[in-house]
Design a protein around this ligand. Structure first.
Ligand code: 4NP
Length: 164
């Protein structure tokens, strides 16, 4: 297990938070994995994360302002060992786009991380409280995901020591 891709719709609200918070959790544990995020849609490609995501991350000491949105690419399905969609629509879109061989690497993020089969809801049209709630879900899931992957990630090397 060397690489994780977080996917949402626009890659400006949820998946950049999932990327940044998971990177911070791993760094705190001295672990190294290739982490990235992408959107199934490309409307915001090249943009910074949504200012509300930047703000809620900053409030918790995580700087995601240097990340830039990008659209999911076909090669992502071969580059990443684990592909986590933020909600069921993302997972459905990912499975429809993925080659057959990659489909079992695609999971609903919270289900894979915590065993709770619930969506991280899209906060784009909501207010700061929705972003705070998304942040809490992502923080809890990031810690659970780090634990779940612990057995398959060697300390600080990023090398797989076994399969998932
Ligand atoms: P995200 O939120 O998928 O969490 O990045 C959205 C951002 C933008 C749009 C939709 C959702 N949009 O329609 O532009």
């Amino acid at each position: 297990m060397n690489s994780v891709l977080f996917v949402c719709l626009g890659n400006i609200c949820r998946s950049p938070l999932a990327e940044g918070v998971f990177r911070a959790v791993l760094a705190g544990q001295g672990k190294d994995l290739a982490i990235d995020s992408a959107g199934t849609g490309g409307w915001h490609a090249g943009e910074e994360p949504d200012r509300r995501s930047i703000a809620v991350a900053a409030k918790h000491g995580v700087d995601i302002s240097g990340q830039r949105a990008r659209k999911l690419r076909p090669e992502d399905f071969s580059r990443f060992d684990l592909i986590l969609g933020m909600d069921r629509a993302n997972v459905r879109d990912l499975k429809a786009l993925a080659p057959q061989a990659a489909r079992d690497r695609i999971h609903l993020y919270l289900d894979f991380a915590t065993g709770k089969a619930v969506d991280v809801p899209d906060p784009y049209y909501d207010g700061a409280e929705a972003f705070a709630s998304v942040y809490r879900m992502i923080r809890e899931a990031s810690e659970a995901l780090a634990k779940r992957l612990e057995a398959s990630v060697s300390p600080a090397s990023g090398q797989a020591s076994s399969t998932m």
